[in-house]
Design a protein. Sequence first.
Lengths: 271, 318, 534
Amino acid sequence: MKTLKSAPTTALLGMLILAAVLLTGVFAPLLAPYGETEIVGVEYEPWSAAFPLGTDNLGRDMLSRMIYGARNTVGLALLTTGIAFTAGAALGMLAALKGGWTDQALSRVIDVLMAVPPLILALMLLAIVGPSIPNMVGVIAVIYIAPVYRLSRAAAMNVVSQDFIQAAQLRGEGTLWLLRREVLPNISSTLIAEFGLRFCFVFLFIAALSFLGIGIQPPTADWGSMVKENATLITFGDITPLIPAAAIALLTIAINFIVDWMLHRASGLKS
Amino acid sequence: MPPLMKLIFSRLALGAVTLLAVSALMFVGIELLPGDLAQQILGQSATPQTLAAFRADLGLDQPAHLRYLDWLAAAAQGDFGNSMASRRPVADLLSTRLANTMFLACYAAVIAVPVAILLGLLSALWRNSLFDRSVNVGALGAISMPEFFVAYLLVLFLSTRLGWFPTLARIDEAASFGDALYRSFLPALTLILVVIAHMMRMTRAAVINVLAAPYIEMAQLKGVPRWRVIVKHALPNALAPIINVVALNLAYLIVGVVVVEVVFSYPGLGQLLVDAVASRDFPVVQAVGLFFAGTYITLNVLADILSILSNPRLRHAR
Amino acid sequence: MSKLLDIRGLRLEAGPMGGRTTILHGLDLTLNRGEVLGLVGESGAGKSSAGLAAMGYTRDGVGITGGEILFDGIDLARASAATLQDLHGRRIAYVAQSAAASFNPAHRLIDQFCEAPLLHGTAARAAAEADAIALYRQMQLPNPDQIGFRYPHQVSGGQLQRAMTAMAMACRPDLIIFDEPTTALDVTTQIEVLGAIRDVVERYNTAAIYITHDLAVVSQMADRITVMKHGREVETAKTRQMLAAPQEDYTKSLWAVRGLKRPERSAPEAGPLLSMRGIEASYASAKVLQGVSLELPRGQTTAVVGESGSGKSTLAKVIAGVLPPSNGVVVWQGSPLPGRYQKRDRATLRHIQMVYQMADTALNPRHTVRGTLERPVRHFTGLRGAALGARVNELMELIELDPAVFLDRLIPELSGGQKQRIGIARALAAEPEFIICDEVTSALDQLVAEGILRLLLRLQAELGLTYMFITHDLATVEAIADRVVIMQQGRIVETGDQSRIFSDPQSDYTKRLLASVPQMDAGWLNGVRQRLAS
């Protein structure tokens, strides 16, 4: 509570937005006036009392799809980041602790993954496995293991070089104990901030892929493809398709604010 | 071989090996895929004849390593096979679109790089000033927006509302250079805004890092004027990190092109790649993907070499 | 004598508004032309901040909040940026602790030398270069004609420090601030740098403020000494007077370790506890230990002494099994030990314990004191429940810390000395026979270090422990060791009883090493330089 009070307004605002989006996602079926894929009117109806944000290119309620979009887009991004994070952090810490051959092998594979721009790698892999939601989650998770691995390896390296690790090793502690009790507590704040940042990247990435039509597939509602499906409206001066895009930007800014504050706090604690 | 040359040579070799690894990626990927690829793509209703033709097209009747070596040998001579969708040679599809994509990327880079470095330098020098803080908030905002959001905002205001620029950036051979600059202004501006934000933040961080070094304090305590501290003492040491920032962002720009091209229906490689992925046109995906990856790798290797060359510790051996 | 510098009531504060901490509480200092003032204190005394403030300069986040700094009548606390810029380098110069970090890696030494004279218009390029070479020669740098044309990374640490002093001299300033210029150097290098600095300062009659934590060093350099503590002056006196009759207890405590003497002991019990034969070890391709053979007598303290690069810490790694030797064998109580700790059984791991130099990195900052001690007790003795708690309390009492107060604190909530005590308790938790102490006092202030050494001596007497004590500090060796091993470049140069090594050193290196240790005697530097020259 005390730390929350010391948080700057930007961070508090960020947390408020994040909480609002998460709650919307969780309670989507209760909040949405219509079903996710229910066709309720004609195409491109303007804003009205019945359809507060009008209808989309197939006559579905935009507001309902926005609400379900919060659940789908954010949920999938969380899932993907979670997978990438667990695998990346575990491998990174392991490489730092074991060094030698384990480190070399893992790091070279990661080098190749990092040598190709993520979007291009995702497109190439999706061409092979075919675009679908589970495939997309898998492909993006694999790609984002690489930066998480690099960061957690670097962070863990700083810890592993310290004498308390040697003291524990000389006592005969096992690998799991060393990772969980000696290394992890010392890099957890770095990892949490990194999780926020990576979530932003993954979230934007999924939005971009969906916008390109090879991410989240119709008829699932998601913020990226909603922009694409209704983009024609913009040429008529209608801002409706920009609302899901703005929602993406808003959430990303919110998380960036929180992460900035956390990083600031972490660096302050050190000095 | 002198150690410096050895270092540069090893970077070049590493780049080449990485490129080869990436070129093999799709072949390995297809090989690892469970089940019959032809059946999966063409569906259950496909006749045995069409399936056989598809397999022959992709060379799936041959082992993967032979297929890869064949492809590699042909690619070395500029032959990337035929598109499965249009039946035309991939090399033909690529040629004009490659030029268009390079045009757009260079257009954005020529403006974005100097502006971003200048902004980054100034905000590092005037750290915590009003200028610094406003530039930073702006950059954070720009980074948080998906590229297509920035693009559509520009379309909404500069095209639909004000009517200054065309909504779609259709350029063709007939268009003059000036005309092409005008028609592709919005896609270029989108890229510029996004890249400037990233690049400015990284430049600022790199310069601030150098300014914290003890030799900067030493120069101040010798009575060296502020501007000279920056130019003579900070800049030579900030060069390597800035070069890296530029290369990283140029690489980023090449990739950002994909989304922007789709928004503006710009006839470039990105558009082609996205269409090819949706229709699973492997030869096209392979060639275009390799081009993007190759550019990215080249830029990174170049940055590595330049920063080796700008490092006095490596340039002047002990 | 006329006053050059007159600091009155100087206050320095740091940190953001609200949470400000005071670095200097109204400091008064005066300095006459041509005089050298020593500024001595332990970490956190504010001596470096005071030195920089004497130039009218403060680091980021630090501000002058009171008092004046009169340099030749100009108040630097209120001077304009242009005035300061004109004075810096021309009339007041600075020599930093780390020359390697303070030279710009992108420029040659001579270009950095010439910068100030050219900017301040005191000399043209050719004259400045000639002067640089002349000063390099006076500073006894090797190859003075060429060394300036090299880049900083091509020159050794001791040489860089001299080149930096030459650079400070470039405009023949009235005042030079020396900020711990020899702290990072080995003693045998330190002596050359100290001599060179003093020669030039005397030759050009330059006034100087010499900042250090080492009273013996400063007594060679300074005419007058000011002792500082927590941002306040403790006492000021002429050097000879300060050494002969310090007034304050705090000043006396600055050489606490030198007053410590180990108890007299009988001859060692039969047979060594641990011995090494023909040990060779290397990192990558660099060989760090070459044919080291050594015996550690049971129940005694063997000090391993050497400068950086001597291989003394590597020796500890080989014994602990962190770095397996490429050749040779470590014998523990008569039987050879496996090279890697992973291959050793729990009883061996238990009996060989280590205490590290940096208590900050030797203890996991995320653990409590209780967690730090309970784990090894359980691991090695299998105690559980109430017995475990009792044993942890007993360990805390052994290291003289109150369990009720400290057990539930997190490691970062302890002081440096307390952390080091916990490090010792963790080693004791295994109930070992042998403890390797790797520079355990070198990161600590004198008084705290003395407390740790006393504790180690007491524990040895009570528990019959055998120590291997790795250090570069000969005062510590004199205080604690029974046997002394002198190492240089991966080889053992000399071994013997402590009293014999100190009274009758045999090898040239040992003689030079012993001679290089600064003594609390203002005439020491002159004497030893004459002896080394002949």
